[in-house]
Design a protein around this ligand. Sequence first.
Ligand code: CP3
Length: 348
Amino acid sequence: MTQPTIRKPFMDVLSGQRQAVPPIWMMRQAGRYLPEYRELRAKAGGFLDLCFTPEFAAEVTLQPIRRFKFDAAIIFSDILVVPYALGRSVRFEAGEGPRLDPLDTPDKIATLAAAADGSKFAPVYEALRRVRAELDQSIALIGFCGAPWTVATYMVAGQGTPDQAPARMLAYRHPDAFARIIDTLVESSITYLTGQLAAGADVLQIFDTWAGVLPPREFERWSIEPTRRIVEGVRKKVAGARIIGFPRGAGAMLPAYVERTGVDAVSIDWAAEPTLIRDRVQNRVAVQGNLDPLVLIAGGAALDRAVDDVLANYAAGRLIFNLGHGIQPETPISHVEQMIRRVRDRQR
Ligand code: CP3
């Protein structure tokens, strides 16, 4: 007997149907602003132990869903699991962010593994299966990876950098060596994303957090083109796979990004210009965003006004309500609740 299919409003938006009340989730929704996350994080030991223990990763993924009833869950992991599976050393120092062994000369790049060790992804897939089994059928499950450019900025510098100068410099001085890193990331990301779909993810997001530092020519080469290859490679294995791109800071390059990569939706940051987005982006794909994470910390009347602006700018078309970047650890939970009420309780 066929079961009645339960609708997922989130997936409906991606398929072309605007929702009167836009579906909501938040980038980095599982994280340090939640006391239940901090408690489990302390139990797990290291951050990577949390990512690679399916029971913990599944639990942390579900925490914000239980608390806020978001329309989508995002699997708890990190974009740096791909370099880890490529055999790079990846460590998270408390309060300092990620540390990797810098891959900053052509000689070092020549030693980079050709392909990821797929067994390293197995715990992430197991966590996805556990989440899917527990998650309400009306809620979408998001898998993700970092875009090659953004992941490469960490691999080259060995850490986060304010303007991604080490990777930009390497790409100018040694474009062929840099392309080897990018190509390796394209292939391993296709493998990783396809595995996430097989394990129960409904949709994928590609995080290109540092896309905005690239001049147009470099943006085409290192952000658009690798993302296009990932989208094409995933859809070759899983026809019709739904994919959201997040080229943060892309600004006026967004229409080109959307047109050339073939993504189903684009996540926009808070600085996006509404007319450009409506006329040249939202006319082609769904838009996700774009509340400033700082106004979510500020709260009060400023938060109400900012929520109303996002709705006024984009809710006439296909919108997934989100932040313009990840939620910050100091955000009060009551402000998240205020934001959700403001989006869901409006009469439209
Ligand atoms: O969105 C979610 O809730 C899912 C989990 C998720 C994490 N990282 C967990 C995490 C996702 C989607 C990411 C993506 C990620 N990781 C990005 C792209 C998106 C973005 O926010 O820009 C980037 C650039 C990274 C790399 C990374 N991971 C950095 C720079 C850091 C340190 C800075 C920080 O926020 O602490 C991390 C660690 C990290 N990844 C944490 C979490 C919850 C905090 C670690 C901890 O609990 O100690």
